[in-house]
Design a protein around this ligand. Structure first.
Ligand code: KPL
Length: 310
């Protein structure tokens, strides 16, 4: 469908981004060359425009004006692709109002830490719509709401999960727009690997109020190994083929690469915000229950972080 639209009209595909956080804003700039990009927000009741700026890795500053559409606006029915970059616990609430208005060929792409929300989106899509999942290790931060700094290169992976796949043409345009990106035939193993990284680093740094790099200290190793062993058992029961040695290597690589960072969960806890624990260690626990697998370490991390928020 999308291919046909482009062949007939020659127009850029229309792509809406929900979630103008660090990654959402970075992707808005990266995708804007090949797509007609707008932001979608339930905070606005009428369309508006925002001038945003980006400091690139080479320190160049560029500015661009992006349209912001309210989530119930008529123009939502013209979007070809919707990229959702909100926190895991905001995904359903963010997508719900859009589902009523999206066209029958729309393709949704979810990109967030943790796993789970896609399971409740799948049954709500029309057969002709599609859903993909994505993960990125690109780095970005903001000094103010509308200025994003691209702070690190990283791999961005996309993969189809349900419904009608995204057209080859649209996939190609996404790969041309986002540096070091790929469409993989199976996205779930990549997401389980990212889940392993977050399941180890996020709760431990939040509970012990330490930097990501500290998780490599010997005192944390029994817990790190227990988190991973439980995760590997659950992934196996779910039919996910994970290379355990490679996953463990990647966990320690990310600990090293982000050694001086404070994890997003630690920042959430310290600012009194809701955390993504339910979609990280909580997701492992939920899937474990389905298979009657015990996962006491992921369970207690989940309970401890939840108690902090309450
Ligand atoms: O994704 C992250 C997070 O903080 O949520 C890591 C990779 C742990 C980097 O801090």
């Amino acid at each position: 469908m999308l291919d046909k639209v482009e062949q007939v009209t020659g127009r850029k595909p229309k792509l809406g981004i929900v979630g103008a956080g660090n990654i959402g804003q970075l992707l808005a700039f990266q995708l804007a060359e090949k797509f007609d990009v707008c932001l979608i927000s339930h905070r606005y009741s009428a369309p508006t425009e925002k001038q945003m700026s980006l400091t690139s890795l080479s320190q160049d500053i560029s500015e661009q004006t992006f349209k912001i559409l309210p989530s119930n606006h008529a123009a939502i029915s013209e979007l070809d692709i919707v990229l959702v970059c909100v926190k895991a616990y905001q995904v359903i609430e963010a997508i719900e109002p859009l589902l009523l208005h999206l066209p029958s060929h729309a393709h949704l792409i979810l990109m967030h830490n943790g796993m789970g929300p896609y399971l409740s989106i799948v049954p709500r899509l029309k057969v002709t719509q599609g859903l993909s999942l994505a993960t990125t290790s690109q780095g970005a931060y903001r000094d103010n709401q509308w200025h994003v700094t691209h702070s690190g290169n990283g791999l961005t992976q996309f993969g189809h999960i349900d419904g009608t796949p995204l057209s080859p043409q649209a996939k190609h345009l996404m790969l041309q727009s986002i540096p070091n990106s790929e469409w993989v035939s199976e996205i779930l193993p990549a997401l389980w690997q990212k889940l392993a990284i977050n399941a180890v680093i996020n709760p431990l740094t939040a509970l012990h109020q330490c930097l990501n790099g500290d998780i490599a200290l010997p005192k944390f190793q029994p817990t790190v190994q227990a988190i991973l062993t439980e995760l590997f058992d659950v992934a196996k029961a779910e039919g996910i083929t994970l290379d355990q040695t490679e996953t463990e290597r990647r966990v320690f690589e990310v600990i090293k690469l982000t050694a001086s960072n404070r994890s997003s969960m630690q920042q959430d806890v310290n600012s009194g915000r809701q955390t993504e624990i339910e979609y990280i260690n909580g997701f492992i626990e939920k899937q474990a229950k389905k298979h009657s697998i015990d996962c006491p370490v992921n369970h207690s991390l989940c309970a401890e972080i939840t108690a902090l928020h309450q």
